[in-house]
Design a binder for this molecule. Structure first.
Ligand code: ADP
Ligand code: ASP
Ligand code: MG
Length: 441
């Protein structure tokens, strides 16, 4: 059995839902994981924002306009009155539930219940549509098996046990439909796996059932060798190692949520990235081996802050780095990049929430300077240290661009550069020109 996950654009309209239905029914008995229809989660965030601000009119207007989109989708999707009625009943129940929050206090708990409605609606529509077509489709409610523990980590034993039981209970189904993104926390409350988290759901489900493959279907034909939003003529990469994919996803390749890689990697399940609009395109396969001696792809991560701590006391001292890192740990702020010298250390973070406190504490150990609005440019491929020339090529591409930090040697797969936000597009394009367009790429 495989797990096939379809993102928001793939189920973004009645026509797209019909497309996906056709695609999945020709592929046998698998688990289909769906995101909310494109734009829905953003609108649900907007509605919650109005409710936080006690702007009930704003919330109601936004709910009404989202509802009317769903009503026209239903009209277009179903042909029989029976199924139109069934779909209307389900969708109206979701919207009335969202409306019920306009009366009471509004906290993060209510917001999570609202955010869950997007995936509940897209899966309800797909399930009913398949049933209307005569397919024995079974909805597996994610809220009945997807759970996180007290550390907000997936409770993998619980997920496996509950999901296996559900599959056994509905063993005669032709196909299974389930929600991505949504879950319950350790206390049974509705929660989610963070924005873009449907990829994670697919990977956790794949790991729980020991799937043959996890397919992430989206609007592009695989992981491209550079960010298609900023670089023209990017090309799909055919194969990636799990670690290469993890680096790219973490450092900004939006096609894959970074959390998605680990469950697949630990269970040795290949992940295939495919295009719903072009189902025959090869896409990208991610697994435990990779072709060597190649730079595969480049990605960029925005909103990075660089912090430099300079101290005479660092010279020949031990324990200095521990003290510095403990400050970041105290304020629960992960560090992305590190560069050290004899008199100082530079680190980057992507979360400024506790920056002032971090700086205050760091000042006990040295002189501190901060650069905001930076971008990590990450070059991924076979960058094992014995290989010659790859670092030089990447550096050459950035000849005209001021580079604030470089990190190399942390893994066999990555070299990262920290540049200014305004240099990002130029850096990405220049790297494509130097790494992928020359004859000896
Ligand atoms: P979905 O809604 O299906 O989860 P996403 O929007 O999350 O889709 O991811 C697909 C998008 O990722 C593409 O449309 C593309 O613009 C963007 N993207 C960014 N970097 C890359 C890359 N290196 N390769 C492919 N797509 C990328
Ligand atoms: N619908 C959720 C979001 O937009 C989850 C996902 O699409 O992966 O973030
Ligand atoms: Mg996505």
């Amino acid at each position: 059995m495989k797990v096939l996950k379809f993102g928001g654009t793939s189920v973004g309209s009645a026509e797209r839902i019909k497309n996906v239905a056709q695609l999945v029914t020709s592929r046998g008995k698998n688990i289909i994981v769906l995101s909310a229809m494109a734009g829905t989660t953003n609108t649900l965030v907007e509605i919650s924002d109005y409710l936080y601000k006690k702007n009930v009119d704003g919330a109601k207007e936004t709910v009404n306009s989202l509802e009317s989109k769903y009503l026209s989708t239903i009209n277009e999707l179903f042909t029989t009155d029976e199924y139109k009625e069934k779909a209307l009943k389900e969708i109206k129940a979701c919207f009335n539930y969202i409306r019920s929050f306009t009366k009471d206090i509004f906290t993060i708990f209510e917001e999570k219940e609202i955010l869950a409605q997007g995936e509940l609606m897209s899966t309800a529509l797909m399930n009913l549509y398949l049933q209307e077509k005569g397919i024995n489709s079974e909805l597996l409610p994610a809220l009945d098996y997807m759970r996180t523990d007290k550390n907000a980590e997936p409770d993998t034993n619980y997920i496996k046990q509950k999901l296996t039981a559900l599959l056994e209970k509905h063993a005669d189904a032709d196909i299974y439909i389930t929600q991505g993104y949504i879950c319950r926390n350790a206390y049974g409350e509705i929660d989610n796996l963070q924005r873009g988290g449907s990829d994670y759901s697919a990977s956790l489900i794949g790991a729980a059932i020991g799937a043959d493959e996890i397919e992430i279907w989206t609007d592009i034909d695989g992981m491209h060798n550079n960010d298609p939003r900023f670089v023209e003529n990017t090309q799909p990469v055919e194969e990636l190692h799990f670690e290469e994919a993890a680096e790219l996803a973490y450092f900004g390749a939006k096609i894959l949520h970074p959390t998605c890689v680990l469950p697949a990697k630990l269970n040795n399940i290949p992940v295939r990235l495919l295009n719903t609009m072009q189902p025959d395109a090869k896409g990208t396969v991610i697994f435990n081996t990779t072709s060597s001696r190649k730079i595969k792809a480049v990605a960029a991560k925005d909103n990075i802050t660089a912090i430099k701590i300079k101290s005479g006391r660092m010279l020949l001292a031990y324990g200095f780095l521990r003290k510095v890192f403990e400050i970041f740990e105290t304020y629960q702020t992960p560090i992305d990049m590190i560069a050290t010298s004899e008199v100082g250390v530079s680190v980057t973070i992507d979360n400024e929430r506790n920056l002032d406190k971090i700086i205050d504490d760091l000042k006990k150990f040295g002189t501190v300077s901060v650069d905001h609005n930076m971008v990590i440019i990450c070059v991924v491929g076979d960058l094992e240290w014995q290989n010659r020339g790859f670092e030089a090529k990447a550096l050459d591409a950035l000849r005209e661009i001021p580079v604030r930090m470089i990190s190399y040697g942390g893994s066999n797969y990555n070299i990262s550069f920290l540049v200014r936000k305004e240099d990002k597009v130029k850096a990405l394009n220049s790297l494509s020109d130097h790494l992928f367009k020359s004859s000896d790429k």
